[in-house]
Ligand binder design. Structure first.
Ligand SMILES: Cc1cc2nc3c(=O)[nH]c(=O)nc-3n(C[C@H](O)[C@H](O)[C@H](O)COP(=O)(O)OP(=O)(O)OC[C@H]3O[C@@H](n4cnc5c(N)ncnc54)[C@H](O)[C@@H]3O)c2cc1C
Length: 376
């Protein structure tokens, strides 16, 4: 019996595990995660603005595993030894025949200790709950500083603005971005469309600006501007899990591991999802759910082929496009090669989320929150 270990029960890890469980081979599949639940990240910002219940975005990993006879080990991996083929956690070391690393990414604090201490990241169901709890005290914060104007920053700002509008509260939402423009590599028409929408929602945008000094709820920017009673929403970027940074493999500065055309790091180790840096047609794949799922399945398929002594299949990603959802329902994106803006991409985004979310009750919960939001 071959022992397969999967690190991370996110989109990539669960799709790999599901595929292996169905492949008909005699396998012992173990999946490791530091949490008991798998977070549905694309709807996390909607917990703030649209009132989506964070609980329904957390899929119980034990439940998923039990149904498929997969072993779930709730431990945090802190080392992998490729030579001895061992995965270690603070509790024990576990041997594998084949390994899939699918541990995603986490918030990057860039060694900024005050940001870690006082900032509010938005990268998990727990982060959303913490923010919502802090928002309950209407008087504590008057300024909401969103540090980082990438996809998550833009979504977060729009959702904060929607939340205050619904509550009838007057608060300042300010996006602070180090670069010259928001949303880095996106096409110009998308950036200006989104910027116009954010400004229409009353959100201030400060580019060429850095949050320099953080003292609890008092912040100073590189321009010298100071904000009191400020909630710092920390979304300037992500990095891979700590154990990855110790691995002697080829990585980019975020710690994403360079994989070959079969999604391998070496003979017996594959990598999938946000942790993997796959390059096809000279472009690195962006971090997205569609690629995490298909990479997880593909890595699992190649493990099954290795066991059967068949030649491996090259990974050929199918890019359906992307959408930047905005909480005022004026989203934009590029889907099947078409530029879209307005309500249509908003609907497509949520249809895709409902399709991918696990569990009928959870799907129903999302539909009811969204109908309220879209019809407002
Ligand atoms: C706010 C937000 C909004 C997003 N919106 C969209 C969107 O609209 N569309 C889209 O396509 N993508 C979106 N994304 C990106 C998308 O969520 C990711 O690309 C996707 O989750 C990657 O899947 P994954 O399986 O690689 O990692 P994840 O889903 O992050 O799963 C990784 C798992 O590994 C576990 N783990 C990490 N380290 C360890 C360790 N050391 N030991 C054990 N377990 C570990 C984690 O607990 C986690 O369960 C969004 C992301 C965020 C944060």
């Amino acid at each position: 019996m071959n022992k397969i270990i999967i690190i991370g029960a996110g989109f990539a890890g669960l799709s790999a595990a599901g595929r292996l469980a169905k492949c008909g081979l005699d396998l012992k599949i173990s999946i490791f995660d530091k949490k008991s639940h798998s977070d549905f990240l694309p709807l996390i910002p909607d917990c703030i603005g649209r009132g989506v219940n964070p609980e329904i975005l957390a899929c119980d990993i034990s439940n998923f595993c039990r149904k498929r006879k997969i072993e779930f080990i709730r431990e945090e991996v802190n080392a992998v030894d490729f030579k001895s083929k061992l995965v270690s956690t603070p509790q024990a070391a576990y041997a594998y025949d084949f390994l899939i690393i699918a541990s995603g990414t986490q918030s990057n604090f860039f060694s900024n200790q005050p940001a870690r201490q006082y900032g509010f990241p938005l990268n998990s169901v727990n982060d959303a709950k913490t923010i919502m709890k802090a928002l309950k005290d209407n008087d504590k914060f008057t300024n909401f500083i969103i540090c980082g104007a990438g996809y998550t920053g833009v979504e977060a700002a729009a959702n904060f603005s929607l939340y205050f509008k619904k509550q009838g509260l007057i608060k300042r939402v300010i996006m602070v971005e180090r670069a010259q423009t928001i949303l880095g590599p996106l096409p110009e028409w998308m950036k200006s469309y989104i910027e116009r929408n954010l400004l229409d929602m009353g959100i201030e945008i400060l580019v060429n600006s850095v949050v320099e000094n953080i003292q609890e709820d008092n912040l100073r920017l590189s321009s010298g501007r100071v904000f009191d009673h400020a909630m710092l929403v920390w979304v300037p970027g992500v990095r891979t899990a700590d154990f990855i940074h110790k691995l002697g493999v080829n990585k980019n500065p975020q710690g994403r591991i360079v994989v070959d055309e079969y999604l391998r790091i070496n003979q017996d180790c594959f990598c999938a999802g946000d942790t993997a840096l796959f390059t096809g047609n000279n472009n690195s794949l962006r971090m997205a759910v569609q690629f995490a799922i298909t990479e997880g399945e593909h890595a699992a398929g190649n493990i099954a082929r290795s066991i059967k002594n068949l030649s491996l299949k090259k990974f050929r990603p199918l890019d359906l496009g992307y959408i930047i959802p905005l909480a005022n329902n004026k989203s934009c994106g590029r889907v099947f090669g078409l530029n879209l803006r307005g309500i249509l991409p908003t609907l497509l985004h949520y249809i895709m989320c409902i399709f991918r979310l696990r569990g009928l009750t959870n799907k129903a919960g999302i539909i009811s929150s969204l109908i309220k939001g879209l019809c407002r």
